[in-house]
Design a protein around this ligand. Structure first.
Ligand code: SF4
Length: 357
């Protein structure tokens, strides 16, 4: 259990580095970022996502609450008028029955982000606030601490899909720094549009004495999110004996714009600290530990930073918090495990409104 650096641990470190230091070029001005992990589309899930925005628009987005706005809610709040109007007169014609639009209107009203009133048997709506255009750029980072030849082959194919679709504005690969004169990642056949970051872990620091957390070894090219994208469905093998034809379909810019906003909204809700929701902070061995400036989950039973896959009710070392822990000065809401979740939730909330920790 617990190899030196699991992909999960590496990913949490990349998220924390990005939260502190993005953009890697150092040109931050008044920008701020939201970091999330494991989000994307039905076809593709990115490891780390960076949403670039600024504090003013983040504050405007915050008025709509911490929960994400799904596609139905976005359609309502983005098209709600400043003056009262019958909802069917002002909202775009849906491709599904209007009753689902009414459901979304009721949900928005219950969440306090839309005003409604009845005029006879008609429902009228009015916006409370303008929904801000709060997403500047979406950057996808694939985390591969150990980029051997086989991992690079698989990754190359995924990155080619990302570049062809251009749903994100830029794509990076984050890999573990080796300290070699030429980083091995540069020798792999990754798409030239992909940026490469080398990240120093604890062990690397001890052996190479690196002063920074991550270094850019290859800058990415910006992808054109406003252009028609290509979704590669199937491709022929890269050899002469495979005569099959590649299959693909186009993704129009409107689809991409909608999908980007939905991804940003999910990132806004989840952040990267939601990892704890799929672990067992209620285990007596679970804690958070600061390791070289990064806060990572820590398993006292195995003396390592555990992955979310390992930290489950099926773990052979799992032991629930003793009930008396919950009466030794801990609030009634729970013991140390619940306190850890509250702490991470509070940090997530502060980043959502651009305050940091
Ligand atoms: S469930 Fe408990 S013992 Fe198992 S990995 Fe998580 S913290 Fe460690």
């Amino acid at each position: 259990m617990c190899p030196t650096v699991t992909e999960f641990t590496f990913e949490l470190r990349v998220c924390q580095w990005a939260e502190r230091h993005w953009p890697p070029t150092g040109d931050s001005s008044d920008k701020c970022v939201l970091i999330a992990r494991q989000l994307g589309t039905n076809h593709r899930r990115w490891d780390t996502i960076v949403i670039e925005t600024d504090r003013r628009r983040l504050a405007e987005r915050a008025r709509f609450g911490a929960d994400r706005l799904d596609g139905d809610l976005l359609r309502v709040v983005r098209n709600a008028p400043t003056e009262w109007a019958y909802y069917r007169d002002v909202l775009p014609e849906p491709s599904y029955p209007w009753r689902y639009v009414r459901d979304a209107i009721h949900t928005a009203t219950d969440r306090g982000i839309l005003e409604t009133r009845r005029r006879g048997n008609r429902v009228e709506i009015r916006r409370k606030w303008e929904y801000p255009d709060w997403v500047d750029r979406i950057v996808a980072i694939e985390n591969k601490p150990d980029l051997d030849a086989s991992a690079a082959r698989t990754l190359t194919e995924q990155l080619q899909h990302d570049v062809a679709l251009a749903l994100a504005d830029a794509v990076w690969v984050a890999t573990r720094a080796t300290g070699e004169t030429v980083e091995p990642a540069l020798l792999e056949q990754l798409p030239v549009e992909t940026g490469i970051l080398t990240v120093a872990t604890d062990d690397d620091r001890a052996s190479t004495d690196r002063g920074t957390d991550a270094s850019v070894v290859w800058h990415p090219r910006s992808l054109d999110r406003t252009a028609v994208g290509t979704r590669i469905l199937d491709r022929s093998a890269d050899n002469e004996s495979d005569l099959s034809v590649a299959r693909f379909e186009y993704a129009d810019p409107e689809w991409k714009a909608t999908k980007r906003l939905e991804i940003a909204e999910r990132a806004y809700e989840r952040g990267w600290r939601s990892y704890v929701d799929s672990m067992r902070p209620d285990c007596r061995w679970f804690s958070l530990r600061s390791i070289d400036g990064d806060v990572l989950p820590w398993c006292g039973a195995n003396a390592c930073s555990q992955s979310s896959a390992e930290c489950s009710g099926r773990c052979p070392s799992f032991e629930p918090e003793p009930p008396n822990w919950r009466t030794r000065g801990w609030p009634l809401a729970g013991g140390p495990g619940a306190a850890i979740k509250r702490l991470l939730d509070e940090q997530r909330r502060r980043h959502r409104i651009g305050l940091g920790e």
